[in-house]
Design a protein around this ligand. Structure first.
Ligand code: ASP
Ligand code: MG
Length: 399
């Protein structure tokens, strides 16, 4: 008997029909005797719609009230899935984040998990029930309802898998797995059968939306085995785990690979970025403690704190700066980052040179060389072309 946490994203539970289908497919696992904990996102678009309702009333809604509102989305999908399972004759029960014991800090809108105390889930599993948990939410020690940041249901799932010592955490989504680049930008992306958690973390912190980066942090830190797979086909997807199968292939098939070849595993990107340049000061450092927003990257550059932030947060950030009386912040729009992820890349001067010579035609603004990535800051207008050429050169060209 295995304990498996399965997380279903918004598009996977986007309609009654899809929810019914999931319940039908889950019947097989349940009857095989597996202990199942299902974590759900809100039905597709629900969270965005709830946001618009709030912004329809207030330009700068209170984060606490927003969290009360947003968590309603996952309550809808969790109870519908529970009802659908009951219709299949499977005993089930749904819990909010707070009922399932996800304890967080008090940063509304971007709370971090302090601990999981999910004894109620264990009790219900022991009674033979399937437990459904509302993702993306928790409760602070002051008993306030919190949310974990956009896309945070993945993190709820991996955190629960860790607490339960689950054999696996399956993340069901609307794609078949993890791809070597965004399939909307490149024609021949490769699906990766396996990717190490640390490379996956690089991809997710650099724009890949397939998993919430904090979910990958959890997986890496606590050794949770994660699989990303399609909720439409349930077919085998991509495993986020140490490189077992490649190693096995070398041992069992005696494959004579170029063992230290430098490979680009995948390319991530982030579009529509704003750069704020804020003169560094004591006052600024003090205010950072109250920062609630997601930042993509930050640097200290020529006496300025540089923050790269998604353009959709512009009004909130401007408001935050005004509230904290931070003047002289410069703002620049239409920037993008393209990131090549692969072991050793940034330390391979020949490789760096070859990328930089390609990048000349994209008006490269900065390159950052790390132990498992090469990051390129470019004007957003070159994004598509750069991802396509890099993918062709370093991934399709490398059979
Ligand atoms: N429903 C939340 C969102 O749209 C959380 C999630 O889907 O993971 O961001
Ligand atoms: Mg997601």
């Amino acid at each position: 008997m295995a304990t498996i946490v399965k997380k279903f994203g918004g598009t996977s539970v986007g309609s009654i029909e899809l929810i019914r289908n999931i319940a039908k497919k889950l019947a097989t696992d349940y009857h095989a005797g597996d202990e199942l904990v299902l974590v759900v996102s809100a039905m597709a678009k629900t969270t965005d719609e709830l946001f618009s309702l709030a912004y329809g009333i207030s330009k700068h809604p209170s984060r606490r009230e927003l969290d009360m509102l947003l968590t309603a989305g996952e309550r809808i999908s969790m109870s519908l899935l529970s009802l659908a399972l009951m219709e299949e004759g499977i005993p089930s029960i749904s819990f909010t984040g707070s009922q399932s014991g996800i304890i967080t800090d008090d940063k509304h809108g971007n709370a971090r998990i302090l601990k999981v105390s999910a004894f109620r889930i264990k009790e219900e599993l022991a009674k033979g029930k399937v437990v459904i948990v509302a993702g993306f939410q928790g409760v602070s020690q002051a008993k306030e309802i919190t949310t974990l940041g956009r896309g945070g249901s993945d993190t709820s799932a991996v955190a629960l898998a860790c607490y339960l010592g689950a054999d696996k955490c399956e993340i069901y989504t609307d794609v078949d797995g993890v791809y070597s680049a965004d399939p909307r930008l490149v024609k021949n992306p490769r699906m990766l059968k396996e990717i190490s958690p640390s490379l996956m973390l690089t991809l997710c912190y650099n724009g890949s939306k397939v998993l919430h980066p904090r979910a990958v942090e959890f997986a890496l830190k606590y050794g949770v085995k994660v699989e990303v797979k399609s909720s439409f086909t349930f077919a085998e997807g991509s495993f986020v785990q140490a490189a077992n199968t490649i190693h096995q292939r070398i041992i069992t098939q005696g494959i004579n690979e170029n063992m230290e070849a430098r490979t680009v595993t995948a390319i991530a990107h982030k579009d529509k970025l704003l750069r704020y340049r804020i003169p560094m000061s004591e006052a600024l450092l003090k205010t950072l403690n109250s920062w609630h927003h997601e930042i993509f990257k930050s640097f200290l550059e020529s006496g300025n704190l540089e923050l790269f932030i998604e353009a959709k947060y512009e009004t909130e950030i401007d408001h935050w700066l005004m509230e904290h009386e931070i003047a002289n912040a410069e703002k620049e729009a239409d920037l993008a980052f393209v990131i090549l992820a692969g072991l050793g890349l940034g330390h391979d001067v020949a490789f760096v040179g070859s990328v930089l010579s390609l990048a000349k035609s994209w008006n490269l603004l900065r390159s950052i060389h790390n132990e498992q990535s090469l990051e390129l800051l470019i004007p957003a207008e070159y994004l598509e072309a750069s991802v396509q050429i890099l993918h062709k050169t370093y991934i399709e060209g490398n059979k």
